[in-house]
Design a protein around this ligand. Sequence first.
Ligand SMILES: *Cc1c(COP(=O)(O)O)cnc(C)c1O
Length: 388
Amino acid sequence: MHDLTRCVQHPAVSHQGFSSLAVPTYRASTIVYDDPAAFAQRHQRGLDDYIYGLQGTPTTRTLEAQLTALHGGERTVLVPSGQAAVAVTMLAVLKPGDKVLIPDHVYPSVRSLCADYLASRGIAHAVYDPLIGAGIADLIDAGTKLIWMESPGSGTMEVQDVPAIARTAQARGVLTGCDNTWASPLLFKPLAHGVDFAIEALTKYVGGHSDLLLGSITVRDLALRKAINEVLGVLGIGVSPDEAALALRGIETMGVRMAHSGRVARDFAERLQSAAAVARVLHPALPSCPGHEVWTRDFAGSSAVFSIVIKPEFKERIDPALGRLRLFAIGASWGGTHSLIAPMDVAADRTVSPWNAAEGLVRLSIGLEEPGELWQDLSRFLDALAAA
Ligand SMILES: *Cc1c(COP(=O)(O)O)cnc(C)c1O
């Protein structure tokens, strides 16, 4: 064999006796076939087979299977981000003339998707009070095809009555989807409560290290999975096995990371209630959080993200006070090892459940730093706020 050919042909090595705990990263665009007949018939292969790298490799399939098992679903489809998970689900379900209902606390990019993209393509949306529960029945009309949920809302933390909304939707033949990023399947499993699409921003707790972007959609109904795959196929969307490999590493420690950060977050949330500048703490484990009873009923525990509402008289001081923090970094996309803090303009994003614009809101994501040192850091922020 010529050296140039040798450069291209990888020699086969023995796999005998090699057994690793790590999932190998299989990269591929091309999938090769044994013979021309197999190649000619490749499109007869099913969604669980391998046809072309864009539809997945054993690495991405491993992560999909793991999420399916955690959610108690039938299949999971990976997409490049959490936002893509929402967008692809909506594109798979909604046609011109249809309508989607979204909660007022929804991840802001989802509202933009509905208002700035779907609307001009003949797909309507209506915004509902996240605490509406079974009252959602009054908003369902002949065009309503999908009800979107996000519980708790990742900024203002209202916990939704997912079982009541899913039951009501099901009785009317309407599909439901739930953004489960705050809880992850460890703390809440939407499919077990009748939801059709459970989506996760794997970017957050599964990735866990603020260094990857990935989303997932898990379903029980294979027809819904097929509809999602059709959208991905025509749009040419797939995910990198390298991102999946990072997520496969992250998911191994997700349980201990969330348990630790969740415990510290809950402790901080309780202590923050008595801070001079704090009007109320929005953490699902506290009675001051709207939907707290639903959280107690439905969730297995607490994750690491919560918000504090700052009294109007201290609102102006939030930005300078944030400058006093040394451990908390200012930024979005939480769920990593570093603690984060983010001031949020809630009122701008509200249309049906008004928000007092005079108050400030700051969202915290607790990481893995030593809790005492983190609290000291937070105290610097609180002292700077109250020093007004
Ligand atoms: C971050 C986030 C998303 C979007 O995820 P990306 O991977 O950053 O696109 C969607 N929903 C919620 C609740 C989120 O927190």
